[in-house]
Design a protein around this ligand. Structure first.
Ligand SMILES: Nc1ncnc2c1ncn2[C@@H]1O[C@H](COP(=O)(O)OP(=O)(O)O)[C@@H](O)[C@H]1O
Ligand SMILES: [Mg+2]
Length: 297
């Protein structure tokens, strides 16, 4: 497997506060990595470090095997980046801006750019100053995808887009993945993360708190189990991983984390008349992961 991004103990301090604290992360070729975390978690700081826009206080980041700070100019030829808020030159037209951004990058796939303009339903003939936030975002996305760069870095790219355009964005990310490109996607949109990301990294207060596939992350979270019995429900309190037990007459509800085997055996021995188990919704999962441990700010 080819490693595209690798950070080792990557740290950025502002004063005494670590905006990013000892991040160890590897992103492989062809992977879409979802980078999540509440506001202020350090996502943009990470991206700025990867782009060499700011220097680490400690640790290192390499992209394509090269140091992200020292070899930024070389690395940038193979990267396209879209920030959450795009600042462009107000007096250029959309078309001029796209041309300028393409020259800045070196080369683009012109046919694909035309296709993207159509797909994103973008009118390139107006001045940038007249474009809405969504339209400015479209320019940045079209410019980035058209590079067909080896690594695409997006920092909450769909915040200004309507749902139809957000869907086009997702389609193009999947096309890029199919094309062997690697995508680093900072996002708040669960739908986007669920559809696109091979793995998810969750950051909280500068620290990486979770890393894995969505299914692996789900594993950490409790599954809810409900069952009814003809008689009294069996006792499940001694079973490993069981919590939040509720019993009313013939009805049992509890949560289980980890293996469900033992709980199932106990329930099935008691001859349930109904049984239901439910995975946490994405929202429940992320609320559980995002939840700040007590005592922390
Ligand atoms: N230039 C800066 N100077 C001081 N503090 C900063 C600077 N940039 C970011 N921070 C702080 O670092 C933390 C992480 O910010 P950021 O990376 O923008 O988070 P996110 O993108 O996840 O919302 C925040 O507490 C933010 O206030
Ligand atoms: Mg940010």
């Amino acid at each position: 497997m080819t490693v595209i991004i690798e950070t080792k103990k990557l740290t950025k301090k502002y004063g005494s506060k670590a905006a990013l604290d000892s991040l160890d992360l590897t992103v492989n070729k062809g992977e879409v990595l979802g980078y999540l975390g509440p506001n202020g978690a350090g996502k943009t700081t990470t991206i700025r470090l990867l782009l060499g826009l700011t220097h680490p206080s400690d640790g290192s980041a390499t992209i394509f095997g090269e140091d992200a700070t020292r070899h930024a100019a070389d690395i940038h030829k193979r990267i396209a980046y879209v920030p959450g808020e795009t600042n462009l030159w107000p007096s250029l037209s959309g078309a001029e801006t796209l041309k300028f951004l393409a020259n800045l990058h070196g080369s683009i796939d012109e046919a694909y750019q035309k296709e993207l303009i159509k797909k994103f339903d973008f009118d390139p003939n107006k001045k940038v100053r007249t474009y809405s936030k969504g339209n400015r975002q479209k320019i940045a996305l079209i410019a980035a995808f058209a590079t067909r760069a080896d690594l695409l870095i997006f920092d909450e790219p769909t915040s200004g887009l309507d749902p139809v355009m957000a869907k086009i964005f997702r389609d193009e990310v999947l096309a890029a993945k199919k094309n062997g490109q690697t995508v680093f996607l900072s996002s708040h949109i669960l739908e986007e993360v669920e559809e696109l990301c091979d793995r998810i990294a969750v950051l909280r207060a500068g620290k990486l708190v979770e890393l894995g596939t969505l299914d692996e992350l789900r594993h950490f979270s409790a599954v809810t189990v409900e069952a009814t019995f003809t008689g009294k429900p069996p006792s499940v309190s001694g079973i490993k991983g069981v919590s939040n037990i509720e019993i009313h007459d013939h009805f049992l509800r509890c949560n289980i984390t980890g293996s469900i085997d033992e709980l199932l055996t106990v329930i099935s021995k008691a001859k349930p008349v109904s049984f239901l188990s439910r995975k946490p919704s994405l929202e429940e999962l992320f609320l559980a992961i995002y939840k700040t441990p007590s005592g922390e700010k």
